[in-house]
Design a protein around this ligand. Structure first.
Ligand SMILES: NC(=O)c1ccc[n+]([C@@H]2O[C@H](COP(=O)([O-])OP(=O)(O)OC[C@H]3O[C@@H](n4cnc5c(N)ncnc54)[C@H](O)[C@@H]3O)[C@@H](O)[C@H]2O)c1
Length: 359
C-alpha cells in the first residue's frame, strides 16, 4: 500500500485530485495538511482521512508516509518540495513547476541528489484527444503542420479580483493567466511540436481591477521552422463557459480538438467534412484528465509504470512562459536559447525525455 500525504487542500484537490484517490484501493491518503481548517476537513471527510494538520511539517515527520501530493500556491513550491526531498519523500507537484528557472533547477537537482521521484502534474497531457493528436502528429501521416492555434477562455475573476488571493499576484503566482492556466497550452505546444525557435507575446490586464495583479488576457506566438503556433488565453470571460479549442493545420488536413466530449477530436481531409476520430472515453475533461495524471504518477511511485515525462518538461514550459513575459516587456520577438549543456535529460527515466521533436 502506497501512503500519501496531501499538502494544500484547495481548489484543485477538492475539484479533481480527490477523484483520483477515491478510485484507488492500492493507495491510502494518510495525512492532509492545510492551514485552512474547513478545507482540510472537507478533503479529509471526502477521503476518509482523519489525520489532519495545520502545518505540513507534521507530514514530513510521519515516517509512514511515502510520498506527498503538493498542491500549493506557486511561490511555496520550491521550499516545500525541497523539504519533502530532505525528509525522504517522493513528490507529485501541481503545475507550474516554479516561479523561475533557478527554483526549478534546484528542485530537479535535489530530487536527483536525494534519489527521490519527482513528478510535475500536467493534466492536459492525459486528455485522450490530446494524446491521440500527438500520435497523429508524430506518425507523420498528415504531413508537416504549418499552423497551430489554441484558445483557453476561462473565468478566474473572483480570485484575480481578490487582493488577498495569490492568484494573479506577480510575487506569489509569477504572473497571471499565462503562467497559471496558459502553462497547459504552452506545454501542449512543446509536447506536440518541440521547442520553438522564437517567442513573442502581448498581454493586458483589462478586466481585473485589484491592484498589482498580472495579465488577465494574453496572446503568445511561438515560431518554429516552417510553423507558427498562436496561443490565446483569457481569465476574464465571465459570460462564456470555460472553453478550450485547438486546431492544427497540415497542407491537406486539419485536426480540431474541442471540449465537446461527444467528439473531442475531429479531422478534416481535403474538402471533406470533419469526421470524429475515435479516442478513449473520458467523462469529464478537466476532472478526468487531472485524475488520470495523478493516477499515472501514483502508478509510477509504485513501479507499475514509467513516467510519461520528467520534471524537465515542465521546466521547458516555464522557460517559454518566462521568455514570453520578457518578450512582452521588451516589445519584441525573442529567440529561445538552446537547452543548456548538461541538461539533466533522461535522468528521471521518463518515456519521452528524449523527444524526437527537440532540436
Ligand atoms: N491542473 C489544473 O488544472 C490546476 C487547476 C487549478 C490549480 N492548479 C495548480 O494547483 C496548485 C494549487 O492551486 P489551487 O487553485 O488549488 O489553489 P488554492 O489557493 O485553492 O489552494 C491552495 C491551498 O494551499 C493551502 N496552503 C497555503 N499555505 C499552506 C501551507 N503552508 N501548508 C499547507 N497548505 C497551505 C491554502 O490554504 C489553500 O487551501 C497551483 O500550483 C495551481 O497552479 C492546477
Amino acid at each position: 500500500m502506497l501512503r500519501i500525504g496531501i499538502i494544500g487542500a484547495g481548489a484543485v484537490v477538492q475539484g479533481a485530485h480527490v477523484k483520483a484517490f477515491l478510485g484507488r484501493t492500492d493507495v491510502a491518503v494518510s495525512g492532509i495538511a492545510d492551514p485552512c481548517e474547513a478545507f482540510r476537513s472537507r478533503v479529509g471527510a471526502a477521503l476518509g482521512c482523519d489525520r489532519l494538520h495545520g502545518d505540513y511539517r507534521s507530514l514530513l515527520e510521519d515516517r509512514s508516509i511515502d510520498a506527498l501530493d503538493i498542491c500549493l500556491p506557486h511561490f511555496m513550491h520550491e521550499a516545500v518540495v525541497l523539504d519533502a526531498f530532505s525528509a525522504g519523500k517522493d513528490v507529485i507537484l501541481e503545475k507550474p513547476i516554479a516561479l523561475d528557472l533557478g527554483q526549478a533547477d534546484r528542485m530537479i537537482a535535489a530530487a536527483a541528489k536525494a534519489g527521490r521521484k519527482f513528478y510535475v502534474a500536467l493534466n492536459e497531457r492525459f486528455w485522450p484527444a490530446h494524446r491521440k493528436l500527438k500520435e497523429m502528429i508524430e506518425d507523420g501521416g498528415l504531413g508537416k503542420p504549418f499552423l497551430a492555434t489554441a484558445q483557453l477562455i476561462g473565468d478566474e475573476l473572483r480570485r484575480m479580483n481578490d487582493p488577498e488571493s495569490w492568484k494573479g499576484d506577480w510575487a506569489k503566482a509569477g504572473g497571471g493567466a499565462l503562467i497559471d492556466t496558459g502553462t497547459h497550452i504552452v506545454d501542449l505546444m512543446l509536447w506536440w511540436f518541440g521547442r520553438p525557435r522564437t517567442v513573442s507575446c502581448q498581454w493586458g490586464r483589462f478586466v481585473v481591477e485589484a491592484p498589482g495583479k498580472a495579465d488577465d488576457n494574453v496572446v503568445v506566438t511561438l515560431g518554429y521552422d516552417g510553423m507558427l503556433a498562436n496561443i490565446v488565453v483569457s481569465y476574464a470571460c465571465a459570460s462564456d463557459p470555460w472553453r478550450e479549442d485547438k486546431q492544427v493545420y497540415f497542407r491537406d488536413a486539419s485536426a480540431h480538438v474541442t471540449m465537446d466530449c461527444d467528439a473531442p477530436l475531429r479531422l478534416c481531409r481535403g474538402k471533406e467534412a470533419m469526421r470524429p476520430v475515435e479516442t478513449e472515453a473520458m467523462a469529464s475533461w478537466w476532472e478526468g484528465s487531472v485524475a488520470a495524471g495523478v493516477n499515472h504518477f501514483l502508478d509510477c511511485l509504485q513501479g507499475k509504470d514509467r513516467p510519461a515525462y520528467g520534471p524537465e518538461a515542465s521546466r521547458d514550459t516555464l522557460e517559454v512562459i518566462l521568455l514570453a513575459y520578457r518578450a512582452a516587456g521588451e516589445g519584441r520577438t525573442l529567440p529561445l536559447p538552446a537547452r543548456p549543456h548538461g541538461f539533466p535529460g533522461a535522468r528521471h527515466g521518463a518515456v519521452d525525455d528524449e523527444s524526437p521533436n527537440d532540436p
